[in-house]
Design a protein around this ligand. Structure first.
Ligand code: SAM
Ligand code: SF4
Length: 473
């Protein structure tokens, strides 16, 4: 048993990060234990978790397990959790209740709990003391040891709880089973060193560790060979890529080298405004295969609140960066994240947020009510804004965000755009895909177009999507 520790989680040293190329093993005796058995994986949270689940799926399938979507018939149920806000927590705890019910009927079901929630001291203690029937609890640094934990669970029938609070390493040998045949997530870095005062990520994911450029570029070249059309370069703060490598190679260099692989579409998330350089903007503008779409979290329009959040930029600096991007890449769509109700946010601070939204007119924004996370500096800041007031501010903000989302989409009416067709739309009888600017388009077209980038004429505009028709292949 190895419990997480918040003091170890926040430690940062100058130690060299080990790159492990042979750390993944499936013990001989469990290689086929999943034959004729099913697993189900439920993923919560960000793209990083989605991609981790692709690794976990590949690992468990190498043991013979078959993936199913319905947990009622699963022999192994894996919960890949998110700790970013309280409501993500609540969803997972609710799901544990449902799994307990299934396990009462079939005690052979194995439950594995992983992801950022497992890294939290309070949650790990709760799982140990109150949920002993959760068979495996593993953290973000060691999910690749799932085969060993499964083996131990089966042989001892005791809870396997192993969570490390450490800076972390880079593991290059993990298998991956990608959800899509056309779009791939590619990690370029792990962890985060920004320590925004509200955020749990630096504690759950460890220190910033960039992958070596060659490892990333070779992965993208392999995807090109396999006919992938799009990669999304993943990291909590991709603009800081390379800072920890000390090899004089940064995100602008990486974007250029990935562009030169000729993969048709390149995206990247998430960008921290602080590390966004003019060189990066120039490279995005230079290469047609780097998509004109940037997710640029603002968090607040008040410089006072940004300062309390530890974001290290002012409202004016954010506006300047936004305008530089729009000047150099005029068709670029820019989306953002905004938190309302941060401790000490006055009506005037909130008005600053409203003003900046009115000025910049984001294509879209993901908006959140501040949620205190145990162990973070903001969680002990004096918070005198009532819950009702926070909800009202969120509703006011959302109304404005929706208005600009719709107005930005209106510009596409009757225009011809390129769309990568990904698959069936949630709307019956339609296919769906995204424009280069990340606008969702639903199209009535035959399935033969799935996996292709096609020219589409936009015929109808909604707030969250558009409809279109294919005008050629
Ligand atoms: N690394 C990215 C960044 O710096 O923007 C994204 C991190 S997080 C997965 C995504 C978003 O969740 C953040 O941009 C922030 O708006 C929101 N978030 C993080 N911690 C939060 C908290 N304690 N309460 C409410 N929202 C939070
Ligand atoms: Fe969290 Fe800030 Fe790091 Fe983003 S940059 S993951 S918000 S600490």
């Amino acid at each position: 048993m190895n419990m997480p520790n918040i003091n170890d989680a926040r430690k940062r040293t100058n130690n060299i990060i080990p790159i492990k190329r042979d750390d993944f093993i499936i013990p001989e005796e469990v290689k086929n234990i999943g034959k004729n058995k099913n697993y189900c994986i439920l993923t919560y949270g960000c793209q990083m978790n989605v991609h981790d689940s692709e690794n976990i799926s590949a690992i468990i399938e190498e043991m013979g397990y078959n993936k199913i979507d319905n947990m009622d018939n699963a022999n192994v149920i894996i919960l890949n959790t998110c700790a970013i806000r309280e409501n993500a927590h609540n969803k997972v705890m609710g799901m544990l209740g449902r799994i307990k019910h299934l396990k009462e009927k079939n005690p052979d079901i194995i439950t594995a709990f992983c992801g950022c929630m497992a890294q939290e001291v309070g949650i790990a203690n709760k799982l140990k003391d109150k949920y002993p029937w959760v068979d495996i609890v593993m953290g973000t640094h060691n999910f690749h040891k799932l085969p060993i934990y499964l083996k131990n669970t089966i042989s001892t029938n005791k809870q396997q709880l192993e969570v490390y609070s450490k800076e972390g390493d880079v593991i290059e040998c993990l298998p991956v089973k990608r959800d899509s045949k056309y779009k791939a997530w590619v990690n370029i870095m792990y962890g985060c060193d920004k320590f925004c005062t509200y955020c749990i990520v630096p504690y759950t994911r460890g220190k910033q560790r960039s992958r070596l450029p060659d490892d990333i570029i070779n992965e993208v070249k392999e995807l090109v060979k396999n006919n992938y059309k799009e990669v999304t370069l993943l990291g909590q703060n991709v603009n800081a890529y390379g800072k920890d490598l000390n090899i004089n190679y940064n995100m602008a260099n990486l974007l250029e080298d990935v562009a030169l692989t000729n993969i048709p579409r390149i995206r990247f998330v998430t960008s921290h405004p602080w590390d966004f350089t003019s060189d990066m903007i120039d490279i995005i503008a230079k290469y047609d295969n780097i998509m004109p779409y940037i997710h640029l979290p603002l968090q607040s329009g008040s410089t006072k609140i940004l300062n309390k959040m530890g974001r290290r930029y002012t409202k004016e600096e954010y506006i300047k960066l936004f305008k530089e991007i729009k000047n150099k890449i005029p068709n670029c769509s820019i989306t953002t994240d905004i938190i309302v109700g941060f401790p000490g946010e006055t009506k005037k601070d909130f008005k600053d947020t409203i003003d900046i939204v009115n000025e910049l007119k984001f294509d879209l924004a993901y908006t959140f009510i501040y949620s205190p996370r145990e162990g973070t500096p903001a969680s002990i800041m004096k918070d005198n804004v009532s819950v009702e007031e926070k909800k009202e501010r969120l509703a006011t903000l959302n109304e404005l965000i929706n208005k600009y989302a719709n107005l930005n989409n209106q510009k596409y009416k009757d225009k011809i755009v390129q769309v990568l067709i990904e698959g069936q739309s949630e709307k019956g009888n339609m296919l769906m895909g995204y424009t280069d600017t990340m606008k969702l388009v639903n199209i009535k077209a035959p399935e033969k177009y799935i996996g292709k980038i096609v020219n589409v004429k936009i015929t109808d505009i909604k707030t969250w999507s558009m409809d279109g028709v294919i005008i050629d292949d």
